[in-house]
Structure formats: structure tokens, C-alpha cells
Design a protein around this ligand. Structure first.
Ligand code: FAD
Length: 393
């Protein structure tokens, strides 16, 4: 079997693994990124698209933000829509001058892959990690199944950045890992459409038929979502039905329109929330979706993943370059404090905006929360600060 040696083996080339590799490479630390999918696949995977203020700065400062600054859309507010009326939350005004940048996750991935290849640093696609061993023995190894044969990677540290369906979080022994999980009684049907956005800012909408989100990826691409039942089948949703339902839910008394166009991508994503504690076991450090999932209503998933590796890169640098393990030892606690704040915010947004189909008490509470949000500057400020920059607060 072929053997390789590196300082940090990174499992997964999503936003977390790629940014970690980039930050380590810039500080002179060797790593190998192992990704089970092809380059084409990861660069086309349409997912998140809202980048927080501090995370946009992180990408910038690391040299990965150039294209994001050129073509990303900077937003200073969001709309909250319910009872057929729209209310603007002025994010920048309420958060001390901060803003969000709308820039697709697959574009972040493309930028980071390009930087890594330009730097000549190793990234192996179509390479599935099958096992992590020796994590508490001081001699960690990563077993990889690659097209040209099996590979064993010997390393000092393993970064588990392989998302919720990866192998890394399973490497935490059962008597060490605590897993907290909830599934919501709703899912999101998301589409990417070739249609100019009909609104300049994102619209979060609560309608009696369900949730809707109007967002965009560029001046010609709209990204829209419908809250649907978790057992909904994609084949039951024709293009016409999707557009009609979006138009119904997003309608206002002023007659707001939804711009229609060819649907380029579609999918239904279950909505669940997971936290795995601790985020470290021996030489293994979990980051991003491998350690936690948030419901997407707060737009926190990618931001959390990138914020984790900001902490991890600095901790690894201190350990490898200065033989100081203080930051590595506090990595899990440092991240989990922020992760639980993001869970709280994402759950608040989810529970406020997704109507219940059988609980009128819950619906009454949701409407009261929405009214408070749009009538109280204090309530709107709390939302604005978390929405714009939770991971750097
Ligand atoms: C289907 C889906 C839709 C989403 N939509 C939205 C959205 O609309 N809005 C929003 O805000 N957030 C969304 N999210 C959340 C957001 O995209 C994630 O939080 C973000 O991708 C986390 O980045 P990551 O790098 O931690 O993990 P990922 O992006 O999941 O990256 C993990 C990588 O590891 C690779 N991998 C897995 N197992 C192995 C293995 N054994 N060996 C090697 N490589 C492996 C995977 O192929 C993947 O490339 C979505 C998530 C999912 C799963």
C-alpha cells in the first residue's frame, strides 16, 4: 500500500477543509486534503450563500476574498414578510455599520481550490477516507480508498472537515461523544433559477401555507425556497407548481411579483440540528458540519464552518510552530460556545417563520414574535447583530 506523510491530514474539501488547508499553507504548515468527490462535483454543489461580515473579512485577509469582493452582492438589510406585508430590518444601521455578502458557497469552494492548486499544495479528489486510527496513540493514520489504489496517510493531526455524512465524527468513541439532535417537522424545497431577482434584499416570509425565502446569487440568478412537509417528493412539484406556490406565499397587498425563469437546480433538504461534543478526540479535530448542523433559516452553516477553522488554524500553528498546545486544548470549548449561540439563533429564526399545520397556539406565538420583531427596535437589533456577524461577536 502506498504511504504518505504530512503534518495535518484534512478530510473533506468543503468550505471548512479548503479554508483550513489555505490558512495552514500560508503559515508554512504542510497538509493534504482528501476529498471523496470529484473537483467538478464539489465546485458545482449549490448550497449556502450568505457570508457574514467578519467571515467575509477573514476570506479577504487570507487572500481568498478577491472574487467575492468583485462579484458578491453586499446587502444592508433584509425583509421580513408576514400577513401580506413587508417590513425591512436595516441590518447595517442596527449592527454598527456591518453588512452581509451574498456569494454562493460553490464560488467560495472554487476560489479556495484554485488558490490551493496555484500554491502547488496537495488536494486529492475521488479519494474517500475509510478509517481514522491511532488518534489517541500519538501516531495517527488515515486510510484512503483512491482510484489508483489504497493509501495510508501518516500525520500529526487529523482535521475532520467531512460534513455530517463523513467518517470523522464516528471516530469519537461512544463513551466520549455526546450527540444532541433534533429533526424539525419541515423541510426546504430549494431551487436555483435563471431569473433576475425581483427584490434587492433577501425576503424571509411566513405564510399560512408555509415558509418561503427569496434570495439570489447574482443579478441574473435567483435562489428560492419553500418550506414543505418532510415526506414531500420532489417529483410531485412541477415547475409551475413551485412558481405558483412561491407567488402565493410571497404576495403582499401591494402585489409583489416573483420573476420566473428556467430552474437550473432543485432539491429537498431535511431540516435538522446536531451538535457533537466535544469537537476533539486526541489528534482529531472536528470542524464545520462534521461537528454541528444548524437549520438553514439563520444562514449560519457555512459561516460556522469557516469560523471553526479560523480557530483551528491558529491553534495548530501555535502547537506546531511554538510547541504551545493551549489553543488546541481549548479548541472544542471555544468553538462550542459559538456553536450553541448559532443554534439558539437558527432555532429562533426557524420556529418564528415556519407555521405549524396543527397547532394554533404555536401559530399565535409566532405571529406575536414577528410583530414584536418589526415593532421593537431592540428586538430588531438583536436579530440584526446575530444575522450579520454572530461568528465574530
Ligand atoms: C444538502 C445541503 C443543502 C444546504 N443548503 C444550505 C442553504 O441553502 N443555506 C445555508 O445557509 N446552508 C445550507 N447548507 C449548510 C452549509 O452548506 C454547510 O453548513 C456547509 O457546507 C458546511 O461546510 P463543511 O465544509 O463543514 O462541510 P461540507 O460542505 O459538507 O463538506 C464536507 C466535504 O467532505 C467530503 N467528504 C465526506 N465524507 C468524506 C470521506 N469519507 N472522505 C473524504 N471526503 C469526504 C464531502 O464530499 C464534502 O466535500 C446545506 C447543507 C446541505 C448538506
Amino acid at each position: 500500500m502506498k504511504e504518505l506523510r504530512t503534518q495535518v491530514a484534512i478530510v473533506g474539501a468543503g468550505p471548512a477543509g479548503l479554508l483550513l488547508g489555505h490558512l495552514l499553507e500560508r503559515s508554512g504548515i504542510e497538509s493534504i486534503i482528501l476529498e471523496r468527490r470529484s473537483r467538478e462535483y464539489v465546485e458545482r454543489r449549490v448550497r449556502a450563500g450568505v457570508i457574514e461580515h467578519g467571515i467575509a473579512n477573514l476570506l479577504d485577509e487570507s487572500g481568498a476574498g478577491q472574487r467575492m469582493r468583485e462579484v458578491g452582492l453586499v446587502h444592508h438589510g433584509v425583509e421580513v414578510r408576514f400577513e401580506r406585508r413587508s417590513h425591512r430590518i436595516p441590518l447595517t444601521e442596527l449592527s454598527g455599520g456591518k453588512s452581509i455578502t451574498v456569494y454562493g458557497q460553490q464560488e467560495v469552494v472554487k476560489d479556495l481550490v484554485r488558490l490551493r492548486l496555484d500554491a502547488g499544495a496537495p488536494i486529492v479528489f475521488d479519494a474517500a477516507v475509510t478509517a481514522l486510527d491511532g488518534l489517541s496513540s500519538g501516531e495517527p493514520t488515515v486510510s484512503v480508498s483512491a482510484p489508483e489504489g489504497d493509501v495510508l496517510v501518516r500525520c500529526d493531526f487529523v482535521a475532520g472537515c467531512d460534513g455530517s455524512f463523513g467518517v470523522s465524527h464516528h471516530a469519537l468513541p461512544a463513551n466520549v461523544a455526546r450527540r444532541h439532535e433534533r429533526t424539525f417537522p419541515t423541510a426546504w424545497l430549494g431551487i436555483l433559477a435563471e431569473a433576475p431577482p425581483a427584490a434587492e434584499e433577501l425576503i424571509y416570509c411566513r405564510h399560512e401555507n408555509g415558509f418561503a425565502l427569496y434570495s439570489m446569487r447574482s443579478p441574473t440568478l435567483s435562489r428560492l425556497y419553500l418550506g414543505v412537509r418532510p415526506d414531500e417528493r420532489l417529483e410531485d412539484w412541477s415547475d409551475g407548481r413551485i412558481w405558483d406556490e412561491l407567488s402565493t406565499r410571497l404576495a403582499t397587498d401591494e402585489g409583489a411579483v416573483v420573476n420566473r425563469g428556467p430552474i437550473l437546480e432543485r432539491g429537498i433538504t431535511a431540516m435538522r440540528t446536531v451538535v457533537i461534543e466535544p469537537m476533539r478526540y486526541g489528534a482529531l479535530f472536528l470542524a464545520g458540519d462534521a461537528a454541528h448542523i444548524v437549520p438553514p433559516t439563520g444562514a449560519k452553516g457555512m459561516n460556522l464552518a469557516l469560523a471553526d477553522v479560523r480557530v483551528l488554524a491558529e491553534a495548530l500553528h501555535e502547537s506546531i510552530m511554538s510547541h504551545n498546545d493551549t489553543l488546541l486544548d481549548s479548541y472544542s470549548d471555544t468553538c462550542l460556545e459559538r456553536v450553541w449561540r448559532a443554534q439558539e439563533f437558527s432555532n429562533y429564526m426557524t420556529q418564528m417563520l415556519h407555521p405549524s399545520f396543527d397547532d394554533e397556539f404555536e401559530n399565535g406565538v409566532q405571529t406575536a414574535r414577528l410583530r414584536q420583531l418589526v415593532n421593537s427596535r431592540e428586538a430588531a437589533t438583536v436579530l440584526a447583530r446575530s444575522y450579520v456577524d454572530l461568528n465574530s461577536l
